[in-house]
Write a protein that binds this ligand. Sequence first.
Ligand SMILES: Cc1cc2nc3c(=O)[nH]c(=O)nc-3n(C[C@H](O)[C@H](O)[C@H](O)COP(=O)(O)OP(=O)(O)OC[C@H]3O[C@@H](n4cnc5c(N)ncnc54)[C@H](O)[C@@H]3O)c2cc1C
Length: 286
Amino acid sequence: MRQATIIGCGPAGISTAIYLKRSNIDCLVIGKDFGALKDYPKTIENYYGFKDPISGNALISGGIDQAKRLGIEVITDDVIALFDRGSFFEIKTKSDTFTSKTVILATGKVRLTLDVPGFRTYKGKGVSMCAACDGYFYKKKKLAVIGSGAYMQNELNYLKRLTDDITVFTNGDTLTDTLDLPVIFEPLKALIGDQKVTHIETHLNKYPVDGVFLAIGAPSSLEFASQLGVIVEKGNVSVDENYQTNIPGLFAAGDIIGGKLQIAKAVYDGMNTADSVIKYLKLQTT
Ligand SMILES: Cc1cc2nc3c(=O)[nH]c(=O)nc-3n(C[C@H](O)[C@H](O)[C@H](O)COP(=O)(O)OP(=O)(O)OC[C@H]3O[C@@H](n4cnc5c(N)ncnc54)[C@H](O)[C@@H]3O)c2cc1C
């Protein structure tokens, strides 16, 4: 069991880890990529300490290398689910499962999205981003799950308990595993409907649906947060003055909690979050 697990290896996640490690708290960092600054074609010129402009990739990989030099374990993986087990959390990635006394969400601002006409119109009107949150409303209904990887499998496992009428739409992608239910590989053309979504249209066909669950790539903090019942306001995970969410032991830092979306602020959040995590862990042992 880890003391602290940080989801996200951007400025907020890595600075949390550095402050934790230097206070003798062993932590694990799991990040899927370089986050907001991944492949940013321009350079960063407003962050302290760099005489010359620095690329996003160089800044982020520098942070990760710094953490590793301090002995922090940083792994590259997609976190696909997070569970509150009472006195600890279970973190499920594409390839492993970890347990931890505390979890810090530092996954930035990215949200699941689908670049297909109708997605925005029907989001929340039959189109859901979270099986654990909305699956209940679709008992015995005809569902579509859009996705092709581990996160799709995770959502599918949940929805299969509610209905046996599920079709997976890979939107042109190949599947990472074989499935025992119908799979449509055709690229999507549109989500169509009236008051709510009623069909998925590809270039070849129109498929009737009662509900659509989006599960492409990896979920963002907002999906984890919603699954756990964390309060989210205006797209930001709500935290108190200690960077703790309404779930004890679950903290959040960086872009995901809103405010100024800047590296300096994410680093500041990380430092403060580490302090709060240390205090929280101390209270658990006294
Ligand atoms: C194009 C662009 C240019 C910018 N330029 C500047 C600038 O010049 N100066 C400045 O100060 N700020 C700039 N920013 C803002 C700055 O990049 C962000 O404020 C900062 O990166 C936020 O840090 P973060 O750690 O909160 O999130 P991020 O840096 O976005 O890191 C999020 C981390 O979470 C990980 N993650 C997400 N989901 C999962 C998952 N399911 N499983 C595992 N890991 C996951 C990602 O892989 C990543 O490691 C820019 C942003 C953009 C988009």
